[in-house]
Structures are given as C-alpha cells and as structure tokens.
Design a protein around this ligand. Structure first.
Ligand SMILES: NC(=O)c1ccc[n+]([C@@H]2O[C@H](COP(=O)([O-])OP(=O)(O)OC[C@H]3O[C@@H](n4cnc5c(N)ncnc54)[C@H](OP(=O)(O)O)[C@@H]3O)[C@@H](O)[C@H]2O)c1
Length: 248
C-alpha cells in the first residue's frame, strides 16, 4: 500500500526544482497531483509525463499565484477536478536580490507579493474546502534564509520569515478542522534558483555547511512527504532540511 494512496494534492511551482521533486514524490506515494506552473509550460508538462510514466496521476494547472484571483481560481479548479483537496504545498517562490541601499520598491513588492501573499491566497482558498472535509495537510516551503541574515535578500528573508509566522497562526486556528499546517525550510538546494548564485559565492557557502554539500530537491520532498503521510499530530512546526547549516 502506498503511503498517501487516494489523497489529492496541489503543489505550487511544480514545473521545476523543489516543487517538481515534491509533485513526483507525492505521486509516487499514490496521490493524484495538480501540477501548478506560472510560465514554464513545457517543463510542467514533463513533470506530468514523468508521473504518468511511473503509473501515477497528474494534471496541469496554470496560475500566477501573485495574483489573488488566479491563485484562488487554481485552488478551486484543482479541488473540483480531483473531487476533494487533501494536500496543499505552497512551494512557489522567487528571489529578486539586491543589497538594501539598491533594493527597489518593485523588487521588494514582487517578492512579498509572490512568496508571502501568494501563500496566503492559496491557503485561504483551500481552507473552506479542507474544513468542509474535516481534513487537510498544508505544507509551506519557507527557507533557512527566513531565519538568519541573508545578504542581499531583505525582501526574500522577510517573505520567508513571514511564512514561518503565518504557519504558526494558521496551525493554531485550523487544528480544530482537522487541518495541519507546517513548514519545511530548505537550506541551499541545487535548483535553478540557487544556480543564479555566482560560483565563487557558492563555494564560500558550501565551505560553511557541516554536510559539505548542497541539498538535492528530492531531500526536501521527503520531508514534505513525511509531514503529509505521517504527521497527523504535527502542526505549527518547521522541519529544517539544511545539512546543519543553521541550527536554531
Ligand atoms: N533552491 C534553494 O536553495 C532554496 C532554499 C530555500 C528555500 N527555497 C524555496 O523553495 C521553493 C522552490 O524553490 P526552487 O529552488 O525550486 O526554485 P526554482 O527552481 O526557481 O523554481 C521556482 C518554481 O516556482 C514557480 N513560480 C515562480 N513564481 C511563480 C508564481 N508567481 N506563480 C506560480 N508559480 C511560480 C516556477 O514556475 P514557472 O517556472 O512556471 O515560472 C517554478 O516552478 C521556493 O519557495 C524557494 O524560495 C529554495
């Protein structure tokens, strides 16, 4: 028996990187998965094809989660197509790095709007659906950089710290409806997002990680799977998957 057989899941930002790995992992363990993307349609189609090739079930849902209407319509569409919505993984995120003296209002607003507000838009749309089922598993992907200083990422770290705080209050409010809300906080993970960091800085960062390497997206996905498959009495918590790079 697969671990989440019969469950349904929506994974935001599942066309690439960590979201892709999460979608594939949840599908491998039996969930039907709605694969969200904003612009990388071809990549998202590859994810659906990979899931189907392995015998799983998945379909595409296009939406820019920074736009409230689109995010909410996506959640509704996913729930309607699957008949119910058991799992929401708020994974989509962006960076627009600049040191504070050079950070523009646009960079600040775009990151907060996408990462933090987008997480709220999707969650608030999923809550009535999950509450009516008396069951829901919400996992928000935050970041190590939401818990410690991150040079050039005042906008990003604020968005991720916001997600951590949001998770705790949402967990406290929603436990009575059978909904758990947790966060997985990756450290530096080998994806397109991290590939944008210059190699010299990557080497500097790696030298400070006790595990002496970056994470693979699949290692983040395993923590998400554990929360949704086995974390029935776990809510308002955070799993740090960072190779020991930050120990709160
Ligand atoms: N990589 C790391 O080192 C690291 C560390 C800590 C936390 N994280 C977090 O992990 C999550 C995934 O990161 P990643 O490294 O996998 O990033 P990535 O490789 O850049 O992929 C980002 C994903 O988010 C989607 N996305 C971006 N903006 C969107 C929007 N407005 N609406 C819907 N989807 C959107 C992208 O879809 P399209 O391609 O279709 O635009 C893509 O699927 C993010 O929340 C990130 O902050 C990453």
């Amino acid at each position: 028996m697969k671990r989440i057989e019969g469950k349904t899941a929506l994974v935001t930002g599942a066309s690439r990187g960590i979201g892709r790995a999460i979608a594939i992992e949840l599908a491998r363990e039996g969930a039907q998965v709605a694969v969200n993307y904003a612009s990388s349609e071809a990549k998202a189609k590859e994810v659906v094809a990979e899931i189907e090739k392995a015998g799983g079930s998945a379909f595409l849902v296009k939406a820019n989660q920074a736009v409230a209407k689109e995010a909410r319509a996506m959640v509704k569409e996913a729930a309607e197509r699957m008949g119910h919505l058991d799992i929401l993984v708020n994974n989509a995120g962006i960076t627009r790095d600049a040191l504070l003296p050079r950070m523009t209002d646009e960079q600040w607003v775009e990151v907060i709007q996408t990462n933090l507000n987008g997480c709220f838009f999707c969650t608030s749309a999923a809550v009535p659906i999950m509450a009516a089922q008396s069951y829901g598993r919400i996992v928000n992907v935050s970041s190590m950089n939401g818990q410690m200083p991150a040079m050039g990422q005042a906008n990003y770290s604020a968005s991720k710290g916001g997600i951590i705080a949001f998770t705790r209050t949402a967990a406290a409010e929603l436990a009575r409806y059978g909904i758990t809300v947790n966060t997985v906080a990756p450290g530096f993970t080998e994806t397109d997002m991290f590939a944008a960091v210059p190699p010299a800085i990557q080497a500097q960062i790696r030298s400070k990680i006790p595990a002496a390497r970056f994470a693979h997206a699949e290692e983040i996905a395993k923590a998400v799977l554990w929360l949704v498959a086995d974390g029935d009495y776990v809510t308002g918590q955070q799993i740090n998957v960072n190779g020991g790079a930050f120990m709160p």
